[in-house]
Design a protein around this ligand. Structure first.
Ligand code: NA7
Length: 544
């Protein structure tokens, strides 16, 4: 006979997954296929994570759509047709819904269920999970699938609440259409998001003012439609596509050019850059010479090449110089990919406001006041980025053994074992966690590795009757050392971008303070490492 549950009684499940985005959807599929009692708690009112929230105009994949989609279901691969090489947000959200509906996963998801705290009970070997609503869940295992970019950050300019028109972070772009026709729109921020929005809005608004603090390198996305025949061809090649992604450091179909930077003449290298500049997606970065990440001369050369491309595309030479980064080389921060971004500045209705010359003083009722002048605006868009990778964890009060707060342990920099486990926090498995490759590579490729590894670890533990799983302090330290070593090899180790945990809007995430947030040893090396651990019976993990 079913036991009725009163509102104040905790809900009990063997596994709780937090987040119904790309990772949470696959994770619940794996667990329910195994007959494990699991539910997903999702803070939003529907599934999709990143692709549910980021509804700003221009939001789309930077990864080829068919390398971004899940690889684990032949049926999905057969039935779903991508329409664009780099699919846009509405289609991406439809895709995730298609997958969830196909496998009837929604019934395992609880929406409007934002987790506020997680407390480990070392005697009961259980987590107590509290929601903002006051509801309580208890589970043996917790799988936070929070996404690396789920905590948007806003600046703290005085007067932000005074502005009388609509203003929002790109992550919170309103669901109902925002009318921008004829409007004076200000966009603050020129990261990957800002560059997508600006390229898309330039010819759709009355006036566009771009408030740029630092310029970013950017290269063409080179998007195109995928015809029916091409989709058939892609479908026939799926095994090959995923195999080649698995061999590439970034998890893309593009593989580095191993000929060696210095084995070619400058002229030959330029011919190669000319070719790559017309290729789709990240080819210019990840199918380039690997030396551009490690060797100053190689990076200087590609940076000078891209700078000249910008000069060719922007009519006003003074403006072109303002759009060329001088403080970091090409690829030393997350590379935004653009469509008509540089051409936007040739339009009469688009103006760059260079904040390095005149910083923002305050937001007013009617616009933005810099130290030089007041800019009258109807709409303000904050494309100001995220508290990347660890932000989602900091939002939840996660207390492990003896009430230890995860946020305190990670205050300087996160510490994990292979990005999945954290010593002192038993039975918590982070999919796409800090120090995994999820933040540094084609996301779904990496999370499939993560979800599969977590699932296999669970199967292993359950089959042995284990109820407590924890990484040892030594194993965790070894992995942190490995993450630091991989990081030290990269020239971008001091870059002011979210790869190194920099965010001027988050206390303690300032310039010069490196947070080791992601593993930069490459997806193949990471996958080999975790496979080796599983094959060896999970050394470094205490199973009791
Ligand atoms: P990013 O790449 O972190 O970019 C944020 C941008 O916002 C960047 O240009 C910042 O300038 C700018 N910013 C941040 N705070 C301010 C303030 N206070 N004033 C002016 N400008 C500011 O975030 P995105 O959303 O573009 O991209 C995040 C990821 O989403 C991306 O990598 C993809 O994976 C998808 P700064 O450079 O710090 O001077």
């Amino acid at each position: 006979m079913p036991v009725s549950q009163t509102a104040w009684e905790p809900h009990r499940h063997e596994v709780i997954i937090i987040g119904a985005g790309v990772s949470g959807i696959y994770q619940i599929k794996r667990l329910t296929d195994l007959g494990i009692d699991a539910v997903v708690l999702e803070g939003d009112d529907d599934l999709g994570g990143t692709w549910y929230r980021n509804r700003y105009p221009g939001a789309r994949f930077d990864s080829e759509s068919y390398t971004y989609g899940y690889s684990w279901s032949r049926e999905v691969l057969d039935e779903w047709s991508w329409k664009e090489r780099f699919s846009g947000q509405p289609e991406n959200l439809r895709y995730l819904n298609f997958v969830a509906d196909k496998f009837d996963l929604r019934r395992h998801m609880r929406f409007d269920a934002r987790v506020s705290s997680m407390d480990w009970d070392n005697d009961a070997r259980e987590w107590t999970i509290k929601l903002d609503s006051g509801a309580v869940y208890i589970s043996r295992f917790v799988i936070p699938s929070l996404g690396p970019l789920s905590m948007p950050t806003l600046p703290s300019y005085p007067g932000m609440g005074d502005f009388t028109g609509p203003s929002f972070h790109t992550y919170h772009w309103p669901e109902e259409p925002v009318s921008l026709e004829g409007k004076r729109v200000g966009v603050i921020g020129t990261g990957a998001t800002g560059i997508q929005v600006i390229g898309e809005l330039a010819d759709k608004v009355g006036e566009l003012k771009v408030f740029q603090r630092r310029p970013n390198w950017s290269s063409p996305l080179n998007n195109s439609e995928i015809s029916g025949e091409e989709m058939v061809e892609i479908r026939n090649r799926y095994d090959e596509i995923f195999a080649s992604c698995a061999e590439s450091p970034g998890g893309f179909e593009h593989v580095p050019d191993w000929r060696g930077f210095s084995s070619l003449t400058e002229q030959e290298r330029h011919a190669h850059y000319d070719f790559l500049y017309t290729q789709p997606g990240f080819a210019i970065l990840v199918a380039n010479f690997a030396e551009i990440f490690f060797d100053q001369a190689a990076n200087d050369e590609i940076s000078a090449y891209i700078a000249n491309r910008i000069r060719d595309r922007v009519d006003d030479p003074v403006l072109a110089e303002k759009l060329i980064p001088k403080d970091h080389g090409f690829g030393m921060q997350r590379l935004p990919l653009e469509t008509n971004y540089f051409e936007a500045y040739n339009r009469e209705n688009v103006h760059l406001v260079d904040l390095s010359e005149a910083p923002i003083e305050r937001i007013t009722m009617s616009g933005i006041q810099t130290t030089a002048e007041h800019h009258d605006l109807d709409v303000i868009v904050y494309a100001t980025g995220f508290d990347a990778i660890t932000g989602g964890y900091d939002r939840i009060n996660i207390r492990g053994i003896d009430g230890l707060l995860l946020g305190d342990v990670w205050a300087d920099s996160p510490r994990t074992f292979v990005g999945v486990l954290a010593h002192g926090f038993p039975n918590m498995f982070m999919v796409a966690g800090p120090q995994s490759v999820s933040g540094s590579t084609n996301f779904p490729r990496a999370i499939e590795t993560g979800v599969d590894w977590v699932t296999n670890l669970l199967i292993h533990a359950r089959s042995g009757g284990c109820t407590r799983i924890e990484a040892t302090a030594e194993a965790e330290q070894d992995w942190v050392d490995e993450v630091v070593r991989a990081h030290e090899r990269m020239m971008f180790r001091h870059s002011k971008g979210w790869f190194t945990g920099y965010n001027s809007n988050v206390a303690g995430h300032h310039e010069g303070k490196i947070r080791y947030q992601a593993y930069f040893g490459g997806a193949p090396r990471y996958a080999a490492k975790v496979a080796e651990l599983a094959a060896a019976g999970y050394p470094g993990v205490t199973l009791t």
